[in-house]
Ligand binder design. Structure first.
Ligand code: ATP
Length: 299
């Protein structure tokens, strides 16, 4: 594909491979602007109704919304063999790699910059409040689905939500969903219990998982299938832990300590009972955010 031109887009390189798509960096031959094109084989779309509905949903939702913290869909197009989404190119990779690097680069004794984490996390809180007000739930929030844009004057990168393949528009009078979806490590207890869930509450839980990872550098609930661990062990931990554990509790290393105000935010997001879990609009009123501008989105 590299070097080929589709319509007015010259393909420059492969950016990544998803479960049923390939994403390429392209350049518009008319304007020189870069885009990311997500290409899905028409053959797979025709034979797999789940892929079809995932793409239909992603396109319908992205066409309907426009927010500085959501990857923008420019247009769709078709080739003989592919259906394509022409997306804004986000140049800084995934939040997953950013978090890994951020924590790896800490020198001995250095604590993580909570102001940076706060300003990154507020972008996520604000965009999720905005989506939920539009009755959209994402259902697949995770570090890999948040991209980083360096195109900003601010010292804090702009975060962009991507991958709306599991997103849904909910009915306000009947918001309960039943399809179990999303990554296991980000799954809220009510998803695991299969009793029906409100996607706004499960998105809120996933934000708690993300905030923990931003603060400590790894996920609060992990499992390693390569080491023979079963997903049921992970689910047991999610269902049974009353509060997450923090590294300073077992390393006794003060440099790994996190402020109590930050821990309070994580604990209120990772509240097991969905009806007791904090509302996202209330999160910003918590003490941790007292010292920063609450309305940041695209800095
Ligand atoms: P799946 O669809 O299986 O959940 P995924 O989210 O990795 O997987 P895609 O959304 O198809 O799949 O993305 C594949 C890769 O392309 C990812 O690594 C992602 O980082 C990259 N990517 C996706 N969209 C963009 C974009 N707009 N700009 C830059 N890179 C992108």
């Amino acid at each position: 594909m590299i070097g080929k031109t589709i319509w007015k887009f010259r393909i420059q390189k492969l950016l990544g491979v998803g479960a049923f798509s390939k994403v390429y960096l392209v350049e518009c031959t008319e304007t020189g602007k870069k885009y990311a094109i997500k290409m899905i084989s028409k053959d797979r779309l025709a034979h797999d109704s789940r892929i079809r509905s995932s793409i239909d949903r992603e396109v319908a939702i992205l066409e309907y919304i426009d927010h500085p913290n959501v990857v923008h869909l420019d247009c769709t197009m078709e080739t003989e063999h592919h259906f394509c989404l022409v997306l804004e190119h986000v140049d800084g990779g995934e939040l997953y790699d950013y978090v890994e690097k951020l924590h790896k680069n800490l020198t001995p004794g250095q604590t993580v910059d909570e102001m940076l984490i706060k300003r990154l996390f507020l972008q996520l809180v604000n965009v999720m409040i905005w989506l939920h007000e539009k009755h959209i739930v994402h259902r697949d929030l995770k570090l890999e689905n948040i991209l980083i844009s360096s195109a900003t004057d601010s010292d804090v990168p702009v975060l962009k939500l991507s991958d709306f393949g599991l997103a849904r528009v909910i009915e306000v009078d009947n918001p309960i969903l039943r399809t179990r979806c999303g990554s296991e490590e980000y799954a809220a207890p009510e998803i695991i219990q299969n009793t029906g869930y409100d996607g706004r509450k499960t998105d809120t839980w996933a934000l708690g998982v993300i905030l923990y990872a931003l603060l400590v550098g790894y996920l609060p609930f992990m499992y390693n299938p390569a080491r023979g661990e079963k997903v049921s062990h992970l689910f047991y931990r999610i269902l049974s832990s009353s509060q997450v554990k923090w590294p300073s509790e077992w390393t006794k290393d003060p440099s790994r300590s996190i402020s109590q105000e930050a821990k309070d935010v994580v604990n209120s997001l990772l509240t097991r009972q969905p009806d007791k879990r904090i509302d996202l609009t209330e999160v910003k009123k918590m003490a941790w955010f007292n010292d920063c501008d609450l309305d940041v989105d695209m800095a």
